[in-house]
Design a protein around this ligand. Sequence first.
Ligand SMILES: [Zn+2]
Length: 543
Amino acid sequence: MLTRIANGRVVDPAHGRDAVGDIWFSDGLIISPPAAAVADETFDAAGRIVMAGAIDIHSHIAGYNVNVTRLLLPELHRGGAAAPARTPLSTAGWSTFSTGCRYAVMGFTTVVEPAVSPHHALHAHLELADIPIIDKATLAILGNDDFLLGLMRAGESTAIRDYVAWTLSASRALGVKVINAGAATAFKFNARKFSLDDVVPFYGVSSRQIVKTLQRAVCDLGVPHPLHVHCNNLGIAGNVDTALATIAAAEGLPLHLAHVQFYSYGTEGSHGFSSAAARLAEAVNATPCVTVDVGQVMFGQTVTNSADVMRQFNARRQARPRKSVIIDGDANGGGIVPYDYRADNFHNAVQWAVGLELFLLINDPSRVFFTTDHPNGAPFWTYPDILALLMSRELRAEWMTRLPAAAVELTTLPAIRREYSLRDIAMMTRAAPARLLGLSDRGHLGPGAVADVAVYAEQADRAKMFAAAALVFKNGELVVRDGEVLHYRFGRAFAVSPGHDRAIDRRMTDYYQRRYGVAADVFAVPDAAIGRPDPIERVPCAS
Ligand SMILES: [Zn+2]
């Protein structure tokens, strides 16, 4: 089948392209325009914008904490649409089924679940396999686990590298995330505060040492995605100093800082809470090895869902509605705290502005990524509104009139004139995330790329435009037309499998037998478990 998308405005920054033209694809892959061929099907894209499928690098869409959230908050469930019978989890409200559909109608075709405890990886993968249309990947959480901290205490650096590789393979992850490094373990020793140079009791290693050790292991293994860091002191006034210290600690090696909106707070003003986004943006601009995603806040009811158990424990009294779950489990544990961000709330208004300041003050749209840390800052279906805010200072000014003036004054947002272009949007949501994750077959529209294509009807209301794509193709199949899902298919998961010394396999077998009384492979994700053909695609590592 030869398909042509004709006469659209093709915005493909990976190839320096922003011009009216055609995109051709065949057998699920983009091809060069054939010299004399006639397409089997042609879609007229005149007056429309054509981009690669979008990629979300950080969205909590599956796994243990997501399901605890579903159980805690039946009122957030969204039922309604009938699901194909082959998806067993899809009958639950706020479902895997609606996750895939809602992403697809916005033109998103690849999503990363960024916080999977290796011991719960099988559950996360089963649930991800149940999400229709999109491709996905996971990041494995390390940094509060007894085995790693034990190796660090013993100074076993080679074994650490092998252990990280073993964990990535066993849990089928694309990369490694560290969440408030060491704090969840310190929490078990009754610590309630933990910063970059605090030391984990018993193990005698600092948070900084854990971050540096994992950063080095990920680099040495050639894993394309840099260590993905959730810093210490999330949400606390004055925490910009922690984020700045973490950026300084990158020391020239790649490092990704997640949802930095939650780390860009100063202590100015009568509330002792202000925006420090300009300081953070300045540091990011000056540190090319560091990338960040934002974690934009939008107003409305949501739920915070995090493996940062210390933070969630400390935040539980702010729950709206007043219920929460704190899990002091193995390694990280986590917490579920519902939250309602309000436009008339001083702190929430500052947070909203901080996120936009970061997007607009970080110069390079290939180093600042588009996230709400779904669902922590806002649900992912608010993305079209955020894109519209980035593209229009007038719209931002209009929103600011609804916020407490005292909050807006403590930010630089009113003075920022920058507006994102469609090229900037395509860079931030397509080309750059593909590169950051090591997925060379997507994020662009060059020959050989997977035919994940989103076509939007050009309209002045950018929120409306991005909310309902005119056409979305996944692997060359038409899945969305005029904002409606037409066709369900199932994607695959990406993972890395770096080489490692087999001695670690024996060590892990012994460790699991001794500590848990079970075989290590109880926690692994076997290929047969997913139950669909070709569910996993291995992404090559550099070493
Ligand atoms: Zn997150």
